[in-house]
Design a protein around this ligand. Structure first.
Ligand code: NOJ
Length: 571
């Protein structure tokens, strides 16, 4: 049994996520690509990150933008070649940057050769690579009915009927993402071989997509939470009732990761801290850390029964309770990951901060401070480092993400649960395309992302909000991120990475405050989450020094709008 309770490089890392399609286009076809990433590696080195999580670059028909893989050993031609990939990896390594691949093995694409063989007949050797079942019966018109009532994450039934073999296959995401059958040892072996292929190439680890849903509840019973006409994904039901996931994580670890010095992080919606400890405990031999989703739900209304497609004002006490609990429950037992953003979430400044010109950077710095001083490995999503914001396209046709498009189709056109205006408001607030508009590199056409026509519209605010401007200005959000990263990877590593976590003022609905405690000294983090001027007395005496702040001066017990400050003091 490995013991990861001590110091580890992946605990000390700062990760930057790249979603390649919108990162940087090198050849003018309007799509980001691998040579574009290589070109920008020095920019990332300057920012100070030392690990990249690369969203999928494998061959894919792009129904779900690369999260539907048709060949796990090939690079998507639009993104470049395997030689381009090798160059990127080598260049990154020369700059001291490691690269994590995105392992999407709960499902493949329906265009993967395994699925093409699987669907060809009931008795071919690939049939059991996927989850096929008979109809549960027929409706009055004689149409076959799905094996159970499960709803996919992207709206509609989680089963697709295949006329040719008169059976249904399971897809927890889109129809073009059939779930792999992990019960089949041959499937597991294929996956171990794929992982080993990339590890032998020299990649430094993996982010594992939707990995907590690989084990399906025995007998595939109905999901009691499903309500027709509502967006109630059956994923939480699968997570709660699948029984073999830990067994398979052990097996995957023993067969692959454990043989290399790599970092692993599992994507796990609906997994509570108690179970996270089983996945990422210091002696669990499964994964190094997971992404939990709890704080991503604080602006959704659970009573609406629509999952993320609902809204409620953020209650800071609720947000703090969630984040503080993850800090304290994992402490000394398991490692965590820290994020505000990724390619599936709206932009954090628009969501938890304030994206008005007056407060955009100030609130961005405040959010970054709160996150980067916590225990865990922080993740920065492309564009976050200089404060990109949500976008509002006029027409539903301007959107590209099937999650938003399916929701609109189901809720507006099919069921009439929402009006067009209501659906667009939800997409503006929650849609994944908020995170997927092209990175705004400078103020030239298309924000310098491409010389061609971008695959998705850009955010028109690129003339003010762009990387070049932020890099060149000393007091920018970009330079603030750079400082935070430098502190964590340098002078304050012991406290920021390994120090204890003590929440303060847990009932305060306006201010987030906590301490990080070490031998003889500690850090005090104070953040005003509002646009109001507040007064808070933390009883600060002598002998303290300011580590970082988003205001040039210190107003003592007065906290100005979105003010964040960190002190170092004796413990
Ligand atoms: C989680 C990924 O982050 C998301 O982008 C994707 O749509 C689903 N898993 C399915 O792979």
């Amino acid at each position: 049994m490995a013991d990861h309770s001590g110091k580890q490089w992946w605990k000390e890392a700062v990760v930057y996520q790249i979603w390649p399609r919108s990162f940087k286009d090198s050849d003018g076809d309007g799509l980001g690509d691998i040579p574009g990433i290589t070109e920008k590696l020095p920019y990332l080195a300057e920012l100070g990150i030392n690990v990249i999580w690369l969203s999928p670059v494998f061959a894919s028909p792009n129904d779900d933008m690369g999260y539907d893989i048709s060949d796990y050993r090939a690079i998507m031609p639009e993104f470049g070649t395997m030689a381009d990939f090798d160059t990127m990896l080598e260049t990154a390594h020369c700059l001291g940057i490691k690269i994590l691949m995105d392992l999407v093995v709960n499902h493949s694409s329906d265009e993967h050769a395994w699925f093409e063989a699987s669907r060809a007949s009931r008795d071919n050797e690939y049939r059991d690579y996927y989850i096929w079942r008979d109809s549960s019966g027929h409706d009055e018109a004689g149409n076959p009915l799905p094996p159970n009532n499960w709803v996919s994450e992207f709206s509609g039934p989680a089963w697709a009927y295949d006329e040719h073999t008169d059976q249904w296959y399971l897809h927890m995401f889109s129809k073009k993402q059939p779930d792999l059958n992990w019960e089949n040892p041959k499937v597991r072996q294929e996956i171990f071989d794929i992982v080993t292929f990339w590890l032998d190439k020299g990649v430094d680890g993996f982010r594992l997509d939707a990995i907590n849903i690989i084990s399906k509840p025995e007998g595939l019973p109905d999901d009691p939470a499903v309500v027709p006409g509502k967006q109630t994904s059956s994923i939480p039901f699968v997570i709660e009732n699948g029984t073999r996931v830990h067994e398979w994580m052990h097996e995957l670890n023993a067969q692959t990761f454990a043989k290399y010095d790599v970092m692993t992080v599992g994507e796990m919606s609906a997994t509570p801290p108690e179970e996270a400890i089983q996945f990422s405990g210091f002696t669990s031999d499964e994964l190094h850390m997971i992404f939990h989703f709890e704080h991503m739900a604080v602006d959704s209304d659970p009573d609406a029964g629509m999952g993320k497609w609902s809204r409620k004002p953020v209650d800071l006490v609720e947000l703090k309770t969630i984040l503080n609990e993850w800090q304290t429950k994992l402490a000394g037992k398991a490692w965590g990951s820290l994020y505000w953003n990724n390619h599936d979430q709206p932009r954090t400044i628009s969501r938890f901060g304030n994206d008005s010109p007056e407060y955009r950077e100030r609130s961005g710095k405040m959010l970054a401070t709160v996150l980067h001083f916590m225990q865990g490995t922080p993740y920065i999503y492309q564009g976050e480092e200089f404060g990109m914001t949500n976008v509002q396209f006029e027409a539903i046709e301007d959107y590209k993400d099937l999650d938003s498009l399916n929701m609109y189709e189901g809720m507006v056109r099919q069921y009439g649960t929402l009006t067009h205006e209501q659906a667009m408001e939800l997409i503006y607030a929650k849609g994944r395309d908020n995170a997927r508009t092209p990175v705004q590199w400078d103020d030239s056409a298309h924000g310098g992302f491409t010389t061609g026509t971008p695959w998705i519209g850009g955010n028109p605010n690129f003339t003010e909000i762009n990387a070049a401007e932020a890099v060149s200005r000393e007091d920018s959000l970009w330079n603030f991120y750079r400082q935070l990263i430098a502190l964590r990877r340098g002078e304050l590593q012991d406290l920021m990475v390994y120090g204890g976590f003590v929440p303060l003022g847990e009932d305060d609905a306006q201010v987030y405050a906590y301490e990080r405690t070490g031998e003889g000294e500690k850090l005090l983090v104070i953040a005003n989450f509002t646009d109001q001027e507040l007064t808070r007395d933390f009883g600060l005496g002598e002998g303290l020094s300011k580590v970082i702040s988003n205001y040039a001066d210190d107003a003592g017990t007065t906290l100005r709008p979105y003010e964040a400050k960190v002190y170092r003091l004796a413990n």
